[in-house]
Design a binder for this molecule. Structure first.
Ligand SMILES: Nc1ncnc2c1ncn2[C@@H]1O[C@H](COP(=O)(O)OP(=O)(O)O)[C@@H](O)[C@H]1O
Ligand SMILES: [Mg+2]
Length: 374
């Protein structure tokens, strides 16, 4: 992407920054508004593509018999994810199975339909997408590319905490992924290390679109993971994409500290801490990290980074991200700090071990009407 005539614009940005921002924490020669405008055009194209697929409902249909289950990669509240091999091509995928009965009981029908439609339209370097989809008498199936490097969660727990440069590398990709989703009018709502996968190059892929939703105005649903919930969700205020920027703040903190900023054994106590917005900062945090966190873990959404008039530029030009080359990062040209060991296309050694589970069967199609739109 070219940056024609940026010098004038970028100096006006730095002037603005001087006026109402603490100058010390911003890089004047960073990502200019002109660059951002050009990038917004690219995002607009991706949004058009998303809407086109959304309206055409064009996920590739397949059937469960075509996939051989090899091993469980993960389990969550609603489903099981298997490593599978497609019989005809021999290619490996991750197959997420959701039990219709459970979805119905937990009133998640709409969310699971959204998950399918959203996954179908996604097209960005740092997010997964839908390869195939199908359903049978008991389950819904989403087939995704298999990301073999494991969850960021596993690497983070193994290492205790990440160096700040490592946290910056991941946070920058998460930021670009959120910026893309928001440009598609989507709010992600489930950012956490378990949902961030590492590909063989050491770059991230965001997975789990179970709570992702198209935003029409504001929304009110309480969903997500306690430690990552924004105060406006807990306080049942209508909310928008600002909740994802809050969660990015929680993630930046957790990656750098090894534990989340708001923590207690009882979720109610976590919520209390979150709405007060008070957290302790480990002494090893750099002043740049403390500064960016104080503007991201900001309970007042009218002051929270990502949500202000300069949008993502408040992050992209912040000194904590000064070593990030945003354009090179997008095309995987920055060396990754951690490259996972992946011995073969079906290597599951980066994932926890799960005992095999007995899958349910039924002679008749369960909840046929409820899931007829799928
Ligand atoms: N595309 C994928 N490649 C590899 N592992 C995956 C993939 N998608 C999900 N997983 C694994 O399965 C786990 C659960 O999947 P997820 O979509 O997060 O389900 P849930 O909504 O139940 O949390 C993930 O945390 C991850 O470990
Ligand atoms: Mg998940």
């Amino acid at each position: 992407m070219t940056d024609s005539g940026s010098s004038h614009k970028s100096s006006s940005l730095s002037k603005m920054a001087n006026e109402d921002k603490n100058e010390y924490f911003f890089t004047a020669s960073g990502y200019s508004p002109t660059k951002q405008e050009a990038y917004n055009l690219y995002l607009r194209k991706l949004h058009e593509h998303f809407v086109q697929i959304w309206n055409s409902n064009s996920a590739k249909v397949s059937s469960p018999e075509e996939f051989l289950k090899i091993k469980i990669l993960g389990t969550g509240a609603f489903g099981i994810v298997y490593l599978v091999r497609k019989q005809d091509t021999g290619k490996y995928y991750a197959m997420k199975m959701l039990e219709k009965e459970k979805i119905f009981r937990l009133k998640q029908i709409e969310h699971s339909l959204y998950e399918k439609k959203i996954l179908s339209g996604l097209n960005f370097p740092f997010v997964v997408y839908l390869k195939y989809f199908f359903k049978d008498n008991v389950y819904l199936y989403y087939v995704l590319p298999f990301i073999p490097g494991g969850e960021m969660f596993t690497h983070l727990r193994k290492m205790g905490k990440f160096e700040e440069t490592t946290a910056q590398f991941y946070a920058a990709q998460v930021l670009l992924a959120l910026e893309y989703l928001h440009a598609c009018d989507l709010v992600y709502r489930d950012l956490k290390p378990e949902n961030i996968l590492i590909d063989p190059n050491g770059y991230i892929k965001l997975t789990d679109f179970g709570f992702c939703k198209i935003l029409k105005g504001r929304t009110w649903t309480l969903c997500g993971t306690p430690e990552y919930l924004a105060p406006e969700i807990i306080l049942s205020k209508g909310y928008g994409t600002s909740v994802d920027w809050w969660a990015l703040g929680v993630l930046m903190y957790e990656m750098s500290a090894g534990f989340p900023p708001f923590y207690a054994s009882d979720p109610m106590m976590i919520y209390e801490k979150i709405v007060h917005g008070k957290y302790k900062v480990p002494s090893h945090f750099s002043s740049e990290l403390k500064h960016v966190l104080s503007h991201t873990l900001e309970t007042d959404i009218s002051k929270r980074y990502g949500n202000l008039k300069d949008g993502v530029l408040d992050f992209k030009n912040h000194k904590w991200f000064k070593s990030i080359d945003w354009e090179k990062l997008l095309i995987n040209r920055v060396p990754a700090p951690i490259v996972p060991k992946v011995k073969s296309p079906c290597d599951t050694s980066n994932f926890d071990h799960y005992e095999d589970q007995k899958l349910k069967e039924s002679d008749k199609c369960l909840f046929e009407d409820e899931f007829s739109d799928f």
